[in-house]
Design a protein around this ligand. Structure first.
Ligand code: PLP
Length: 326
């Protein structure tokens, strides 16, 4: 993200719109390059950026970071309409193969970033991947000079010479073999990280397939419960990196999470702390949907190691659960 923000032509102290319901590393990245995060609300159906409040703040924005939260692509067309022609950076940390209107995410914005941090879909040794729409910006010399101040030097730069339809699909599948130097440059990722990444790349389709299979099993098993299951817009193919279950209250969430944890299920919360950290960057608590999600959502594990038995246990625990605060 620091690389994307450094290389895009933005004014000094640019105002960067960002959903407040996301990883606080994004806010830190914006601040680290001297820009100012402007916090925006999400829509509760998909936990992605809400175009309506965005349209109201667009005049004060120089660029937008929008996140494909939990693997669900944000509504790019609605977001583009809402924010006008400022640069959009797609944050693909939660999604690698997800599609929006039949095209893979990462191919819509002016830039897209991916995380290779352990625990992510393609978690390896660390580092990340940057995709830029404008090939001139992606020249390594330009990136190197702009990145020289960055402490996060490990970078795996993947740039596209053209962003014609389907290009990204081809490029990403090319990663399954050895990187092709005609459209990919390798920066300072360590050889060990790169070797690990190359070993994991061929498994990406099966990793995502496992997330989707587990999510689908949970969607079937949990229908009819006293909570909101994750929704998927008809315009998208969801990667289900995370499976977000929303309760009617913080208390309901706490009791459900405790019940799952007693049964040995690693259900976890996200972004409560991120919202607190956002306050240090000027967030004023004025994003009600983000506040609701941070209070009431719990993540169920859907990673490839989750077994059918574990899905059954989650289903048993949650089918006995009643959200009394409803
Ligand atoms: C949505 C989102 N964006 C960005 C990041 C930062 O990724 P990295 O730690 O690889 O820089 C994360 C990390 O968890 C994330 O969840």
């Amino acid at each position: 993200m620091t690389a994307a923000l450094s290389v895009l032509p933005l004014p000094k102290r640019a105002r960067i719109g960002v959903p407040v319901y996301t990883c606080s590393a994004v806010f830190d990245a914006i601040a680290a390059v001297g820009h100012i995060p402007v916090f925006l609300d999400i829509e509760l159906d998909y936990y992605t950026i809400d175009p309506a409040p965005l349209a109201k703040s667009k005049d004060g924005l120089d660029a937008l970071v929008a996140v494909h939260t939990f693997g669900h692509p944000f509504d790019f067309d609605a977001v583009r309409t809402a924010c006008g022609d400022i640069p959009i950076i797609e944050d693909c940390a939660h999604a690698m193969t997800a599609e929006y209107k039949g095209k893979r995410i990462g191919s819509f914005g002016d830039a897209a970033i991916y995380s290779l941090r352990p625990g992510k879909l393609l978690g390896s040794g660390g580092g990340g991947m940057l995709v830029l729409r404008n090939p001139d910006l992606a020249k390594e010399s330009s990136l190197e000079s702009k990145m020289s101040h960055s402490s996060r030097g490990r970078l795996f730069i993947h740039y596209l010479q053209a962003m014609a339809g389907g290009m990204l699909n081809r490029s990403l599948s090319a990663l399954d073999s050895r990187p092709d130097s005609s459209h990919m440059k390798i920066g300072r990722m360590t050889p060990g990280d790169l070797a690990l990444l190359e070993r994991r790349l061929p498994s990406l389709p099966s990793i995502v397939a496992a997330h989707r299979r587990n999510a689908s099993a949970l969607l079937n098993a949990l229908s009819g419960g006293t909570f909101q299951l994750p929704l998927a817009s008809r315009a998208v193919t969801h990667d289900y990196y995370l499976f977000a279950l929303r309760f009617h209250s913080e208390n309901g969430r706490a009791r459900a999470q405790a019940r799952l944890q007693r049964a040995g299920i690693g259900a976890f919360q996200l972004y409560r702390v991120a919202l607190e950290k956002a306050r240090a960057h000027g967030y004023r608590g004025d994003c009600p949907n983000a506040e609701t999600a941070a209070r009431n959502v719990v993540m169920l594990p859907v990673h490839p190691k989750v077994s059918e038995v574990a899905i059954g246990m989650m289903s048993d625990q949650l089918s006995q659960f009643r959200d009394v605060d409803r």
